[in-house]
Design a protein around this ligand. Structure first.
Ligand code: ADP
Ligand code: ADP
Ligand code: MG
Length: 448
Protein backbone atom coordinates (compact mmCIF):
# COMPACT_ATOMS: atom_id res chain seq x y z
CA UNK A 1 0.00 0.00 0.00
CA UNK A 2 1.56 3.27 -0.97
CA UNK A 3 1.13 6.48 0.92
CA UNK A 4 3.96 8.94 0.54
CA UNK A 5 7.73 8.65 0.50
CA UNK A 6 8.46 11.67 2.64
CA UNK A 7 6.21 13.79 4.80
CA UNK A 8 7.20 17.21 6.13
CA UNK A 9 5.64 18.17 9.45
CA UNK A 10 4.83 21.86 9.58
CA UNK A 11 4.58 21.96 13.35
CA UNK A 12 6.51 21.39 16.56
CA UNK A 13 6.30 19.80 20.00
CA UNK A 14 4.24 16.77 20.90
CA UNK A 15 2.16 16.77 17.73
CA UNK A 16 5.25 16.71 15.51
CA UNK A 17 6.50 13.68 17.48
CA UNK A 18 3.06 12.08 17.22
CA UNK A 19 3.02 12.38 13.41
CA UNK A 20 6.61 11.14 13.14
CA UNK A 21 5.65 8.03 15.13
CA UNK A 22 2.99 6.93 12.66
CA UNK A 23 5.10 7.80 9.62
CA UNK A 24 7.90 5.63 11.00
CA UNK A 25 5.56 2.70 11.51
CA UNK A 26 4.46 3.04 7.89
CA UNK A 27 8.01 3.35 6.58
CA UNK A 28 7.58 6.97 5.55
CA UNK A 29 10.54 9.37 5.80
CA UNK A 30 9.91 12.55 7.80
CA UNK A 31 11.17 16.13 7.70
CA UNK A 32 10.99 18.35 10.77
CA UNK A 33 11.04 22.10 10.34
CA UNK A 34 12.06 24.02 13.43
CA UNK A 35 12.77 27.47 14.75
CA UNK A 36 16.05 28.46 16.40
CA UNK A 37 14.30 28.14 19.78
CA UNK A 38 13.55 24.47 19.09
CA UNK A 39 16.98 23.34 17.86
CA UNK A 40 17.36 20.96 20.83
CA UNK A 41 13.75 19.73 20.87
CA UNK A 42 13.10 15.96 20.66
CA UNK A 43 10.95 16.20 17.52
CA UNK A 44 13.92 17.63 15.60
CA UNK A 45 16.19 14.66 16.27
CA UNK A 46 13.41 12.11 15.83
CA UNK A 47 12.63 13.14 12.25
CA UNK A 48 14.64 11.61 9.40
CA UNK A 49 15.77 15.11 8.39
CA UNK A 50 15.40 18.58 9.88
CA UNK A 51 15.48 22.08 8.45
CA UNK A 52 15.80 25.27 10.50
CA UNK A 53 13.31 27.77 9.10
CA UNK A 54 14.00 30.86 11.16
CA UNK A 55 13.96 32.60 14.51
CA UNK A 56 11.76 31.85 17.52
CA UNK A 57 8.89 34.17 16.63
CA UNK A 58 6.25 31.98 14.99
CA UNK A 59 5.56 34.63 12.34
CA UNK A 60 9.14 34.28 11.15
CA UNK A 61 9.24 30.47 11.23
CA UNK A 62 6.25 28.15 11.81
CA UNK A 63 3.78 30.64 10.36
CA UNK A 64 5.92 31.63 7.38
CA UNK A 65 4.28 29.79 4.48
CA UNK A 66 7.08 30.36 1.99
CA UNK A 67 9.77 29.11 4.36
CA UNK A 68 7.85 25.89 4.98
CA UNK A 69 7.22 25.39 1.26
CA UNK A 70 10.88 26.04 0.53
CA UNK A 71 11.91 23.42 3.11
CA UNK A 72 9.55 20.91 1.52
CA UNK A 73 10.95 21.53 -1.96
CA UNK A 74 14.53 21.41 -0.76
CA UNK A 75 13.98 18.04 0.92
CA UNK A 76 11.69 16.71 -1.85
CA UNK A 77 8.87 16.00 0.58
CA UNK A 78 5.76 14.86 -1.26
CA UNK A 79 3.26 15.77 1.45
CA UNK A 80 2.92 18.15 4.41
CA UNK A 81 1.19 17.35 7.69
CA UNK A 82 0.20 20.61 9.41
CA UNK A 83 -0.59 19.28 12.92
CA UNK A 84 -2.88 21.66 14.86
CA UNK A 85 -2.60 25.42 15.39
CA UNK A 86 -0.07 27.34 13.23
CA UNK A 87 -0.86 26.84 9.50
CA UNK A 88 -3.20 23.89 9.95
CA UNK A 89 -6.36 25.84 9.20
CA UNK A 90 -4.88 28.35 6.77
CA UNK A 91 -6.41 27.94 3.29
CA UNK A 92 -3.62 30.00 1.69
CA UNK A 93 -1.13 27.43 2.90
CA UNK A 94 -3.21 24.55 1.51
CA UNK A 95 -3.37 26.44 -1.82
CA UNK A 96 0.36 27.02 -1.91
CA UNK A 97 1.01 23.31 -1.29
CA UNK A 98 -1.24 22.44 -4.20
CA UNK A 99 0.51 24.92 -6.51
CA UNK A 100 3.81 23.24 -5.70
CA UNK A 101 2.40 19.75 -6.23
CA UNK A 102 2.85 18.90 -2.57
CA UNK A 103 -0.06 17.06 -0.96
CA UNK A 104 -1.57 18.99 1.93
CA UNK A 105 -2.73 16.48 4.54
CA UNK A 106 -6.06 18.13 5.19
CA UNK A 107 -9.19 19.23 3.36
CA UNK A 108 -9.38 21.18 0.10
CA UNK A 109 -8.57 24.87 0.60
CA UNK A 110 -12.07 26.08 -0.27
CA UNK A 111 -13.80 23.76 2.21
CA UNK A 112 -11.28 24.78 4.87
CA UNK A 113 -11.97 28.42 4.12
CA UNK A 114 -15.72 27.90 4.49
CA UNK A 115 -15.47 26.04 7.79
CA UNK A 116 -12.74 28.38 9.10
CA UNK A 117 -15.36 31.09 9.11
CA UNK A 118 -17.74 30.41 11.99
CA UNK A 119 -20.34 32.63 10.31
CA UNK A 120 -20.25 30.61 7.09
CA UNK A 121 -20.03 27.29 8.90
CA UNK A 122 -23.19 28.14 10.85
CA UNK A 123 -25.03 28.94 7.61
CA UNK A 124 -23.99 25.62 6.04
CA UNK A 125 -25.03 23.65 9.08
CA UNK A 126 -28.42 25.32 9.16
CA UNK A 127 -28.85 24.32 5.55
CA UNK A 128 -28.04 20.72 6.48
CA UNK A 129 -30.63 20.81 9.25
CA UNK A 130 -28.00 20.72 12.01
CA UNK A 131 -29.07 22.94 14.93
CA UNK A 132 -26.75 25.92 15.58
CA UNK A 133 -26.54 28.14 18.67
CA UNK A 134 -29.27 30.79 18.29
CA UNK A 135 -27.59 33.98 17.11
CA UNK A 136 -27.09 36.48 14.33
CA UNK A 137 -27.63 35.09 10.86
CA UNK A 138 -24.41 36.48 9.47
CA UNK A 139 -21.65 39.01 9.84
CA UNK A 140 -22.46 42.03 11.98
CA UNK A 141 -21.66 45.29 10.20
CA UNK A 142 -22.15 47.92 12.89
CA UNK A 143 -22.71 48.49 16.60
CA UNK A 144 -26.29 49.55 15.86
CA UNK A 145 -26.92 46.26 14.13
CA UNK A 146 -25.35 44.34 17.04
CA UNK A 147 -27.54 46.15 19.57
CA UNK A 148 -30.70 45.53 17.53
CA UNK A 149 -29.95 41.82 17.14
CA UNK A 150 -29.11 41.62 20.85
CA UNK A 151 -32.48 43.12 21.78
CA UNK A 152 -34.13 40.42 19.76
CA UNK A 153 -32.09 37.51 21.11
CA UNK A 154 -31.94 38.70 24.70
CA UNK A 155 -28.87 38.79 27.01
CA UNK A 156 -26.49 37.28 28.00
CA UNK A 157 -24.77 36.98 24.64
CA UNK A 158 -21.41 35.97 23.29
CA UNK A 159 -19.74 38.25 20.74
CA UNK A 160 -17.42 36.07 18.71
CA UNK A 161 -14.73 36.51 16.09
CA UNK A 162 -15.73 34.48 13.06
CA UNK A 163 -12.13 33.40 12.54
CA UNK A 164 -11.42 32.80 16.25
CA UNK A 165 -9.76 29.74 17.74
CA UNK A 166 -7.95 28.47 20.84
CA UNK A 167 -10.51 30.23 23.05
CA UNK A 168 -9.37 33.64 21.74
CA UNK A 169 -11.73 36.25 20.31
CA UNK A 170 -14.94 35.73 22.26
CA UNK A 171 -16.50 38.01 24.83
CA UNK A 172 -19.50 37.54 27.07
CA UNK A 173 -21.94 40.46 27.36
CA UNK A 174 -24.67 40.63 30.01
CA UNK A 175 -26.18 43.89 28.85
CA UNK A 176 -26.04 46.66 26.27
CA UNK A 177 -23.12 48.42 27.93
CA UNK A 178 -21.00 45.27 27.99
CA UNK A 179 -21.88 44.51 24.39
CA UNK A 180 -20.71 47.98 23.32
CA UNK A 181 -17.42 47.41 25.12
CA UNK A 182 -17.04 43.93 23.66
CA UNK A 183 -17.77 45.27 20.19
CA UNK A 184 -14.97 47.83 20.43
CA UNK A 185 -12.41 45.43 21.91
CA UNK A 186 -13.13 42.22 19.96
CA UNK A 187 -12.89 43.58 16.41
CA UNK A 188 -9.33 44.97 16.68
CA UNK A 189 -8.26 41.83 18.56
CA UNK A 190 -9.72 39.61 15.84
CA UNK A 191 -8.00 41.72 13.20
CA UNK A 192 -4.62 41.43 14.85
CA UNK A 193 -4.88 37.73 15.83
CA UNK A 194 -6.73 36.31 12.85
CA UNK A 195 -6.40 38.98 10.16
CA UNK A 196 -10.18 39.11 10.03
CA UNK A 197 -12.37 41.44 12.06
CA UNK A 198 -15.65 39.70 11.23
CA UNK A 199 -17.81 39.20 14.35
CA UNK A 200 -21.19 37.63 15.08
CA UNK A 201 -23.47 37.07 18.06
CA UNK A 202 -24.49 33.88 19.80
CA UNK A 203 -26.83 33.40 22.68
CA UNK A 204 -24.84 32.49 25.77
CA UNK A 205 -25.67 28.97 26.86
CA UNK A 206 -25.70 28.79 30.67
CA UNK A 207 -23.85 25.90 32.33
CA UNK A 208 -23.17 24.12 29.05
CA UNK A 209 -21.29 20.98 28.14
CA UNK A 210 -18.86 20.88 25.25
CA UNK A 211 -19.17 17.57 23.42
CA UNK A 212 -17.58 17.04 20.03
CA UNK A 213 -17.70 14.36 17.38
CA UNK A 214 -14.66 12.92 15.62
CA UNK A 215 -15.40 12.32 11.96
CA UNK A 216 -13.45 11.02 8.97
CA UNK A 217 -14.26 11.52 5.30
CA UNK A 218 -12.46 10.22 2.22
CA UNK A 219 -12.44 11.39 -1.40
CA UNK A 220 -14.84 8.62 -2.42
CA UNK A 221 -17.83 10.03 -0.58
CA UNK A 222 -17.50 7.90 2.59
CA UNK A 223 -18.14 9.76 5.86
CA UNK A 224 -18.01 8.07 9.26
CA UNK A 225 -17.93 9.15 12.89
CA UNK A 226 -15.57 7.81 15.55
CA UNK A 227 -17.83 8.66 18.47
CA UNK A 228 -17.71 11.68 20.74
CA UNK A 229 -15.34 13.37 23.17
CA UNK A 230 -16.47 15.17 26.29
CA UNK A 231 -14.40 18.35 26.68
CA UNK A 232 -16.22 20.35 29.34
CA UNK A 233 -13.27 20.71 31.74
CA UNK A 234 -11.95 24.04 30.45
CA UNK A 235 -10.15 27.16 31.53
CA UNK A 236 -10.23 30.35 29.46
CA UNK A 237 -12.60 28.56 27.02
CA UNK A 238 -9.86 26.03 26.33
CA UNK A 239 -9.81 22.35 27.19
CA UNK A 240 -7.82 20.81 30.05
CA UNK A 241 -9.27 17.29 30.44
CA UNK A 242 -11.08 15.26 27.80
CA UNK A 243 -12.76 11.88 27.93
CA UNK A 244 -14.67 9.44 25.79
CA UNK A 245 -17.41 8.29 25.94
CA UNK A 246 -19.17 11.32 27.41
CA UNK A 247 -20.82 10.49 30.75
CA UNK A 248 -23.61 12.91 29.79
CA UNK A 249 -25.02 11.03 26.80
CA UNK A 250 -27.42 8.12 26.75
CA UNK A 251 -27.58 5.89 23.67
CA UNK A 252 -30.42 7.77 22.03
CA UNK A 253 -28.95 11.27 22.48
CA UNK A 254 -25.56 9.96 21.37
CA UNK A 255 -27.08 8.61 18.17
CA UNK A 256 -28.80 11.90 17.43
CA UNK A 257 -25.55 13.79 17.95
CA UNK A 258 -23.42 11.45 15.85
CA UNK A 259 -26.00 11.45 13.09
CA UNK A 260 -26.17 15.26 13.02
CA UNK A 261 -22.37 15.51 12.84
CA UNK A 262 -22.15 13.11 9.90
CA UNK A 263 -25.02 14.88 8.12
CA UNK A 264 -23.27 18.24 8.50
CA UNK A 265 -19.98 16.90 7.16
CA UNK A 266 -21.68 15.34 4.13
CA UNK A 267 -23.23 18.71 3.34
CA UNK A 268 -19.88 20.46 2.87
CA UNK A 269 -17.95 17.86 0.87
CA UNK A 270 -15.22 17.60 3.46
CA UNK A 271 -12.22 15.25 3.20
CA UNK A 272 -9.81 14.54 6.10
CA UNK A 273 -10.39 13.66 9.71
CA UNK A 274 -12.15 16.51 11.50
CA UNK A 275 -14.08 17.55 14.56
CA UNK A 276 -17.62 18.83 14.80
CA UNK A 277 -17.95 20.75 18.07
CA UNK A 278 -21.30 21.03 19.83
CA UNK A 279 -22.57 22.70 22.95
CA UNK A 280 -25.34 21.17 25.09
CA UNK A 281 -27.68 23.24 27.22
CA UNK A 282 -29.02 22.00 30.54
CA UNK A 283 -32.18 20.72 28.82
CA UNK A 284 -29.99 18.39 26.75
CA UNK A 285 -30.51 20.30 23.49
CA UNK A 286 -27.40 20.43 21.37
CA UNK A 287 -26.17 23.11 19.00
CA UNK A 288 -23.31 23.19 16.49
CA UNK A 289 -20.47 25.47 17.65
CA UNK A 290 -17.76 25.11 15.02
CA UNK A 291 -15.78 22.64 12.99
CA UNK A 292 -12.04 22.08 13.33
CA UNK A 293 -10.68 20.92 9.98
CA UNK A 294 -7.58 19.25 11.40
CA UNK A 295 -6.32 16.72 13.90
CA UNK A 296 -7.43 17.75 17.38
CA UNK A 297 -5.20 18.00 20.47
CA UNK A 298 -7.41 15.44 22.23
CA UNK A 299 -7.51 12.92 19.36
CA UNK A 300 -5.74 10.23 21.49
CA UNK A 301 -8.86 9.50 23.59
CA UNK A 302 -10.64 8.50 20.39
CA UNK A 303 -7.68 6.38 19.32
CA UNK A 304 -7.72 4.63 22.69
CA UNK A 305 -11.38 3.62 22.59
CA UNK A 306 -11.51 2.73 18.88
CA UNK A 307 -8.00 1.33 18.34
CA UNK A 308 -7.75 3.48 15.20
CA UNK A 309 -4.66 5.54 14.31
CA UNK A 310 -6.09 8.88 13.17
CA UNK A 311 -2.81 10.08 11.68
CA UNK A 312 -2.69 6.95 9.55
CA UNK A 313 -6.24 7.70 8.40
CA UNK A 314 -5.22 11.24 7.49
CA UNK A 315 -2.36 9.89 5.38
CA UNK A 316 -4.65 7.35 3.68
CA UNK A 317 -7.28 9.96 2.89
CA UNK A 318 -4.73 12.44 1.55
CA UNK A 319 -3.20 9.69 -0.60
CA UNK A 320 -6.63 9.15 -2.17
CA UNK A 321 -7.39 5.83 -0.53
CA UNK A 322 -10.79 4.78 0.74
CA UNK A 323 -11.42 4.72 4.49
CA UNK A 324 -10.25 1.33 5.74
CA UNK A 325 -13.40 0.71 7.81
CA UNK A 326 -17.10 1.25 7.34
CA UNK A 327 -19.29 2.71 10.07
CA UNK A 328 -20.51 -0.71 11.32
CA UNK A 329 -16.90 -1.84 11.70
CA UNK A 330 -15.93 1.08 13.95
CA UNK A 331 -16.48 -0.01 17.53
CA UNK A 332 -15.58 1.53 20.84
CA UNK A 333 -14.38 -0.23 23.94
CA UNK A 334 -13.89 0.99 27.51
CA UNK A 335 -13.21 4.55 28.59
CA UNK A 336 -10.32 6.92 27.89
CA UNK A 337 -9.23 10.12 29.63
CA UNK A 338 -6.63 12.68 28.60
CA UNK A 339 -5.04 15.30 30.88
CA UNK A 340 -3.22 18.23 29.31
CA UNK A 341 -0.13 19.22 31.26
CA UNK A 342 0.49 22.93 30.84
CA UNK A 343 3.52 24.97 31.91
CA UNK A 344 1.40 27.60 33.55
CA UNK A 345 0.69 29.17 36.90
CA UNK A 346 -2.12 27.03 38.34
CA UNK A 347 -3.82 30.02 39.94
CA UNK A 348 -3.70 32.62 37.17
CA UNK A 349 -3.44 30.19 34.22
CA UNK A 350 -0.66 32.40 32.82
CA UNK A 351 2.12 30.59 30.92
CA UNK A 352 5.21 29.82 32.98
CA UNK A 353 8.17 29.11 30.69
CA UNK A 354 11.52 27.81 31.93
CA UNK A 355 13.86 24.81 31.91
CA UNK A 356 12.71 21.31 32.79
CA UNK A 357 15.28 20.45 35.44
CA UNK A 358 13.85 17.11 36.38
CA UNK A 359 11.18 14.98 34.79
CA UNK A 360 9.79 11.66 35.97
CA UNK A 361 6.88 10.11 34.14
CA UNK A 362 4.89 6.93 34.75
CA UNK A 363 5.81 4.14 32.36
CA UNK A 364 3.16 1.47 32.75
CA UNK A 365 -0.31 1.25 31.29
CA UNK A 366 -0.30 4.81 29.99
CA UNK A 367 0.12 6.71 26.76
CA UNK A 368 2.37 9.77 27.00
CA UNK A 369 2.36 12.33 24.19
CA UNK A 370 4.95 14.82 25.41
CA UNK A 371 6.92 17.59 23.74
CA UNK A 372 9.61 17.74 26.43
CA UNK A 373 12.32 15.62 27.99
CA UNK A 374 14.55 16.37 30.97
CA UNK A 375 16.62 19.45 30.15
CA UNK A 376 14.14 20.85 27.62
CA UNK A 377 13.53 24.57 27.52
CA UNK A 378 9.87 25.56 27.48
CA UNK A 379 9.93 28.74 25.44
CA UNK A 380 7.58 31.68 25.97
CA UNK A 381 7.00 31.88 22.22
CA UNK A 382 4.57 28.99 21.84
CA UNK A 383 1.57 27.31 23.40
CA UNK A 384 2.42 26.29 27.00
CA UNK A 385 1.11 22.73 26.66
CA UNK A 386 4.05 20.38 27.40
CA UNK A 387 2.42 17.01 27.29
CA UNK A 388 -0.64 14.84 27.47
CA UNK A 389 -1.26 11.81 29.67
CA UNK A 390 -3.79 9.38 28.26
CA UNK A 391 -5.24 6.35 30.04
CA UNK A 392 -7.66 3.67 28.93
CA UNK A 393 -9.73 1.57 31.32
CA UNK A 394 -12.50 -1.00 31.06
CA UNK A 395 -14.86 1.67 32.39
CA UNK A 396 -14.84 5.27 33.63
CA UNK A 397 -14.09 4.37 37.25
CA UNK A 398 -11.08 2.34 36.21
CA UNK A 399 -9.85 5.06 33.86
CA UNK A 400 -10.07 7.71 36.60
CA UNK A 401 -8.18 5.44 38.99
CA UNK A 402 -5.44 4.85 36.41
CA UNK A 403 -5.14 8.59 35.81
CA UNK A 404 -4.86 9.27 39.55
CA UNK A 405 -2.04 6.79 39.86
CA UNK A 406 -0.31 8.13 36.77
CA UNK A 407 -0.45 11.75 37.92
CA UNK A 408 0.87 10.76 41.35
CA UNK A 409 4.01 9.43 39.67
CA UNK A 410 4.75 12.57 37.66
CA UNK A 411 7.59 14.70 38.97
CA UNK A 412 8.52 17.86 37.17
CA UNK A 413 10.88 20.55 38.42
CA UNK A 414 12.01 23.87 37.04
CA UNK A 415 8.62 25.18 35.94
CA UNK A 416 5.18 25.83 37.33
CA UNK A 417 2.62 23.43 35.94
CA UNK A 418 -1.02 22.55 36.36
CA UNK A 419 -0.10 19.06 37.65
CA UNK A 420 -1.71 19.60 41.07
CA UNK A 421 -4.84 20.95 39.42
CA UNK A 422 -5.12 17.85 37.22
CA UNK A 423 -4.73 15.65 40.28
CA UNK A 424 -7.45 17.50 42.16
CA UNK A 425 -9.79 17.29 39.18
CA UNK A 426 -9.37 13.51 39.22
CA UNK A 427 -10.18 13.48 42.96
CA UNK A 428 -13.13 15.84 42.66
CA UNK A 429 -16.54 14.42 43.48
CA UNK A 430 -18.33 16.37 40.80
CA UNK A 431 -15.90 15.19 38.16
CA UNK A 432 -16.26 11.66 39.48
CA UNK A 433 -20.03 11.88 39.18
CA UNK A 434 -19.66 12.84 35.51
CA UNK A 435 -22.12 15.66 36.07
CA UNK A 436 -19.96 18.69 35.31
CA UNK A 437 -20.15 21.65 32.92
CA UNK A 438 -17.70 24.13 31.36
CA UNK A 439 -18.07 26.21 34.55
CA UNK A 440 -16.48 23.43 36.63
CA UNK A 441 -13.02 25.04 36.98
CA UNK A 442 -14.50 28.42 37.85
CA UNK A 443 -15.01 27.03 41.33
CA UNK A 444 -11.63 27.91 42.73
CA UNK A 445 -11.89 25.53 45.67
CA UNK A 446 -10.88 22.77 43.26
CA UNK A 447 -7.41 24.26 43.47
CA UNK A 448 -7.02 24.22 47.21
P1 ADP B 1 -8.33 21.75 20.16
O1 ADP B 1 -9.41 22.52 19.47
O2 ADP B 1 -7.67 20.75 19.29
O3 ADP B 1 -8.77 21.23 21.46
P2 ADP B 1 -6.94 24.07 21.18
O4 ADP B 1 -8.10 25.01 21.19
O5 ADP B 1 -6.34 23.70 22.49
O6 ADP B 1 -7.20 22.75 20.38
O7 ADP B 1 -5.85 24.66 20.23
C1 ADP B 1 -4.81 23.88 19.75
C2 ADP B 1 -3.67 24.73 19.34
O8 ADP B 1 -4.02 25.48 18.21
C3 ADP B 1 -3.23 25.73 20.37
O9 ADP B 1 -1.85 25.90 20.23
C4 ADP B 1 -4.01 26.98 19.98
O10 ADP B 1 -3.36 28.12 20.47
C5 ADP B 1 -3.95 26.86 18.49
N1 ADP B 1 -5.10 27.42 17.77
C6 ADP B 1 -6.36 26.95 17.73
N2 ADP B 1 -7.13 27.67 16.90
C7 ADP B 1 -6.34 28.64 16.39
C8 ADP B 1 -6.55 29.71 15.45
N3 ADP B 1 -7.72 29.94 14.86
N4 ADP B 1 -5.49 30.49 15.16
C9 ADP B 1 -4.31 30.26 15.73
N5 ADP B 1 -4.06 29.28 16.59
C10 ADP B 1 -5.04 28.48 16.93
P1 ADP C 1 -12.73 28.24 19.68
O1 ADP C 1 -12.72 28.41 18.21
O2 ADP C 1 -11.91 29.25 20.38
O3 ADP C 1 -12.48 26.83 20.09
P2 ADP C 1 -15.54 27.74 20.28
O4 ADP C 1 -16.67 28.40 19.58
O5 ADP C 1 -15.27 26.32 19.94
O6 ADP C 1 -14.24 28.60 20.08
O7 ADP C 1 -15.79 27.87 21.84
C1 ADP C 1 -14.83 27.51 22.80
C2 ADP C 1 -15.50 27.32 24.16
O8 ADP C 1 -16.13 28.54 24.60
C3 ADP C 1 -16.61 26.30 24.18
O9 ADP C 1 -16.14 24.99 24.36
C4 ADP C 1 -17.47 26.77 25.36
O10 ADP C 1 -16.92 26.37 26.58
C5 ADP C 1 -17.34 28.27 25.24
N1 ADP C 1 -18.47 28.83 24.44
C6 ADP C 1 -18.45 29.10 23.14
N2 ADP C 1 -19.62 29.56 22.70
C7 ADP C 1 -20.45 29.58 23.77
C8 ADP C 1 -21.82 29.95 23.97
N3 ADP C 1 -22.57 30.43 22.98
N4 ADP C 1 -22.33 29.84 25.23
C9 ADP C 1 -21.57 29.37 26.25
N5 ADP C 1 -20.28 29.00 26.11
C10 ADP C 1 -19.71 29.10 24.89
MG1 MG D 1 -13.58 25.21 19.52
Amino acid sequence: MSYFNKVLIANRGEIARRVIRTCRQLGIQTVAVYSEADAQAPFVSEASEAVCIGPAQAKKSYLDIEKVIQAAKQTTADAIHPGYGFLSENPLFAKRCKEENIVFIGPEADVMETMGSKVEARAHMQKAGVPVVPGSSGKIESLEEALAIADNLGYPLMLKASAGGGGIGMQLAHNQEELEKAFHSTIPKAESFFNDGTVFLEKWIADPRHIEVQIAADRHGNVVHLYERECSVQRRNQKVVEESPSPFLDASLRNQLLEAAVRGVKEIGYTNVGTMEFIFDSDRNFYFLEMNTRLQVEHPVTEEITGIDLVEWQLRIAAGQELPLQQEQINKAGHAIECRLYAEDPKTFFPSPGTVEQLKLPDKDIRLDFSIVEGSIVSPFYDPMIGKLIVHGANRVEAIEKMRQALAQVEIHGLKTNLALLASIMENEQFESGDYTTQFLEKKEILS
